[in-house]
Design a protein around this ligand. Structure first.
Ligand SMILES: [Zn+2]
Length: 319
């Protein structure tokens, strides 16, 4: 029989064989006696009742990543309110305190490796604490199996009963599990009916098309602005010309700049025409070159064909 000592005061603990709960005779600390040591023994109370848990579940089924029909198409087949045993390791890692939580029972339930115990939220689990209508799950893993993977040095170790709702639901003939943290309301899910990739692609495709339309709209607004600006310029020039024609004594600046613009415009047009000519010339040259090369390619073939014909003729003659 191994000797156990109180995790709080270090006094020797009298542990009755076959029991896992011991109370220190000196300081009164209630401990959970693991295979190799006595641990602090806590319980984290529920802060979320079953009605609230169902509400959280419903909101979760309506989430954007979930199958479209899940919210209305799923059916809760089982909801279990339970205290799940976890080990809490408080460690000093590089002089700062880190907390690690690990399941104290083998489980396939989602989230049991990622639970978080809010600091100070736990209560000492002794005879005064009632678990109410919740089920209490017994540990079946020894704390010793986790010690090796823990970084830093131990500050203390505890067995904490963690409040969860284990929800089983059916959707399209299949059964799924979800865990709701009864303390924080966090939702943990294993495989769940999510939106299929096809649906996802459809949504993404839609977003892409909307993006394109947005882009086109932005461009056309841009073009619209240019058209308006150009229209404004032309209108402005016409008005200026009207003013000029009405007044025999010309406003030299206005006319001058107007005709200058015209000239610049003509010049640009001329340049444009030149460019067009050049381009046409280049095209023509290109076409000429293409034709030339085609002819060059065609020639050897023709020669070869002629030679074959001649050979054939010769062989016929020989026969
Ligand atoms: Zn003690």
């Amino acid at each position: 029989m191994p000797q156990f000592s109180c995790p709080k005061c270090g006094a020797a603990l009298a542990v009755d064989p076959g029991t896992q709960i011991a109370k220190c005779q000196f300081c009164g600390t209630v401990t959970y006696v693991d295979r190799s040591e006595a641990l602090f023994y806590y319980l984290l109370p529920f802060t979320i009742d079953e009605v609230k848990a169902k509400g959280i579940f419903k909101r979760w089924t309506a989430g954007p990543a979930m199958a479209k029909e899940l919210e209305n198409g799923c059916k809760i087949t089982k909801i279990v309110k339970e205290f799940f045993p976890v080990f809490r390791f408080r460690r000093s890692v590089n002089k700062s305190e880190k907390v690690f939580v690990r399941p104290a029972r083998g489980t396939t339930l989602p989230g049991m490796h990622n639970l978080e115990i809010p600091p100070g939220g736990e209560v000492i689990y002794d005879e005064r604490v009632s678990i109410g209508d919740a089920k209490q799950i017994d540990p079946d893993i020894s704390i010793g199996s986790y010690i090796g993977e823990m970084p830093g040095d131990a500050i203390d170790q505890a067995l904490v009963y963690f409040p969860i709702y284990e929800i089983t639901y059916e959707f399209e003939g299949k059964s799924y599990d979800v865990v709701i943290d009864g303390s924080s309301g966090r939702v943990f899910s294993g495989p769940s009916p999510s939106r299929s990739s096809a649906q996802y692609m459809a949504v993404m495709g839609m977003a892409f098309v909307l993006g394109l339309i947005g882009g086109f709209l932005a461009c056309s607004i841009h073009i619209l602005l240019i058209v308006i600006a150009a229209g404004g310029l032309i209108l402005g020039r016409q008005m200026a010309q009207k003013v000029v024609t009405k007044q025999p004594a010309p406003v030299a600046g206005a006319t001058g700049s107007g005709s200058d613009q015209k000239q610049v415009g003509d010049g640009a047009e001329q340049a444009g025409a030149d460019n067009a000519d050049n381009a046409a010339g280049a095209d023509a040259a290109g076409a000429g070159a293409d034709a030339g090369s085609a002819a060059a390619e065609a020639q050897p073939e023709a020669t070869a064909a002629a030679e074959t014909a001649e050979n054939a003729a010769e062989s016929e003659v020989k026969q």
